[in-house]
Write a protein that binds this ligand. Sequence first.
Ligand code: MOS
Length: 684
Amino acid sequence: MNAVGVAQPRIEGPAKVTGAARYAADVPIEGLAFGAVVLATVTRGRIRDIDVDAVRNMPGVLGVIDHRNAPRLNPKAGGFFGPDGQLQLLQDEMIPFAGRPVALVVAETLEQAQAAAHVLPVTYDEEPHDTNFTADHPAGRPAMTIFDEPVDVGDVEAELAASSVVVEERYRTPEEYHSAMEPHSATVWWDGERLEAIDSNQGPFVIAATLATLFSLSLEKVRIRTEHVGGGFGSKGLCGPQLILAAMAAHRFGRPVRVTLTRTQVFLTTAMRPATDQLIRIGADADGRLRAIWHEPAFEISPLVEYIEGCTELTKTLYAARAIRTRLTAVPLDILPPYSMRGPGAAPGSFALESAMDELAERLGIDPLELRLRNEPAAGPVSGLPFSSRNLVECLREGAHRFGWGTRDHRPRLRREGSLLVGTGLAATSFSAGAFPSSATITAEADGTFTVAIGATDLGTGARTALTAIAADALEAGTERIRLRISDSDLGPAWSAGGSRGTTSWAWAITEAAEKLRGQEWRGTVTIDTTQSLGGLPGRERHAYSAVFAEVTADPATGEVRVRRLLGMFAVGRVVNPLLARSQVIGGMIGGLSMALHEEGVRDPVSGRHVNADFAGYHIAAHADVPDIEADFVPDHEPGIPVGVKGAGEIGNVGTAAAIANAVWHATGVRQRSLPIRLDRVLE
Ligand code: MOS
């Protein structure tokens, strides 16, 4: 009767490998028309004219929607970060960034729509733009505080002055792009007064609520389904341009319309991780005990929507220091609005913090592992709250044992194999855990099965399989008696697959619904909402933890760095499905490897445009880059959350880049404080 904890392959695996599983752009719909998006080619300015007559008579063209004939949208619509100007498509002639949609061409076939979109004449009045991010940019101002308030504990200046060793350095990360395998796609039609959509997103309920607000519809008039999603990494957490534009077109032409972004359009008009520039000062006594951590990151945003890249999350919780100060600066520029991506804030923040800790260990002459063990906090260093459970030390010790850390000579540039330099490095990580309100409905069917309905989404991580196991145990039934329904906004309010809080939020709702059904002797139907019980959760520091170890080679002749080995030990609470959880954290570690060595959005400083908006120019780790990766879990349990889950969505990503950068220092003797660690940077 224990399905949780058992390694089960994905339920939908056979459907995916045989092609039977349908993604948003695959679903057949009768009478379908296709929309092709036209994006602004200037970085700032106004549309002078769109010559619709030039394409009106092209084969199959039904029409063009632009700012002159688009329906008016509700400017209050937004998401997690408040009202979102990124959603206000085709509302005026203003161009706030290169890649802003300026028109949608709708035609009978995809090819006809694309052909007309390709030649649609659009002229602009250009205005001067600024896309040049620097930490001391005059437009810089304090960032919004949601998730990551500035803190001031102790006297950082006095503690730094009293420190035996101080590290003061800047660390930089570039613009990065989510790059989910499946491009954003939506198919929308009006069923009488009701708007129906099949859309590629991370949470149909949240997206439906946003879309309803945007089009001033009541929520019951919007239904969004999302059966299979080919990855999101944050970019599908918001109401995407594909959905907004397809909804406009379905309304205008009175038939179903599908809008699928091209790969380049996904780069130019969905979302990205902002560039960061982070100043860190860490001071310690000669024995390695931290006196002060002072972390001041700056990141870029768009004036269209407030966003926070919360780079100081780990700084506030990972180590005991007598004084901690954090300040986050946002720099508004004429760029694509940034949005959460693969461990938002934590991933770039961890690169800075864990690189600086390695530099500190070097200057103190202390083993980097030992330095971390000496600074384990007994309670939250800023919050003062107890940790709900904290198994970082177990991750560090077990990882070090398996990796063979104990035999490491900590001096750099000593190991050689032929012409290659070899080095190892580590990083410690945390990622915040928690749950958001969700509802669930369970019906005991006459045939002895249970129908479990929850507005969850499976991005390809195996959520369907995990939730089936959780439901089976909660209902004291075998998994064969569970019929799980997910991916439909009609199933009620539910949190998205995001913030590493999908499984925690949904498991909570399913568990609570099952308890209620038990109370009525497993008969009938129950619906619950977890808003109240979440509110009863005691204040604790709740985090997942990991320790990541890396071995790299560096070629002094070419500057090429290759990762040879990665080992991650994780404390993510109870592991629902070891097979899928391992796959997920390995995927995260590959994302971290990719961040360390490859990923970099490049802008032309003159035009302000993104110049590598495709997979030829924007490099992502491919099979040949991915080494032997070992990932495993230490026993862990989250006491406050049903099933004991903490979430495994993003933590795999977070520590890996610093572990690799630290290994590159160990191999070469040179610090890499800017990502990615390109060949030219290593050669310099
Ligand atoms: Mo995410 S970056 O929590 O989808």
